[in-house]
Design a protein. Structure first.
Length: 119
């Protein structure tokens, strides 16, 4: 529970900084209406959610063995670069970059990312 309070305080500080930046840019805040304010809330919420997703998914798809075994035949795979795809979340798309491998024995491409990042 103490961790949540810390997160709340950090969010409050971040929002105060964002609002201070907005004031420094001489935004006419008096001309804003509730719809403008809500649009800003959604925009900031989506930015935070996207960044949170990016960083959490990166942890799940982090380092893989140099030659991971093929899921079909078990032969050592060879690295073939990376692939980026969009993961659809409730808050929008989040790009996920995964290491791509090819099995020289059965010629299958595979992505040995942590399965916990998959639905």
């Amino acid at each position: 529970m103490a961790r949540n309070k810390t997160a709340e305080e950090r969010v409050k500080t971040l929002v105060a900084e964002l609002l201070a930046d907005e004031l420094a840019e001489e935004v006419d805040w008096q001309a804003e209406n509730i719809n403008d304010i809500e649009d800003g809330m959604v925009r900031i919420g989506d930015l935070v959610a996207r960044e949170f997703g990016l960083q959490k998914l990166a942890r799940h798809t982090g380092p893989v063995p140099e030659h991971p075994p093929c899921p079909d035949c078990g032969h050592a795979g060879k690295h073939q670069g990376e692939r980026t795809r969009d993961v659809i979340t409730r808050r929008g798309e989040v790009p996920l970059t995964e290491a791509k491998y090819r099995c020289p024995k059965c010629r299958r491409h595979f992505f040995p990312s942590d399965r916990s990042a998959r639905a």
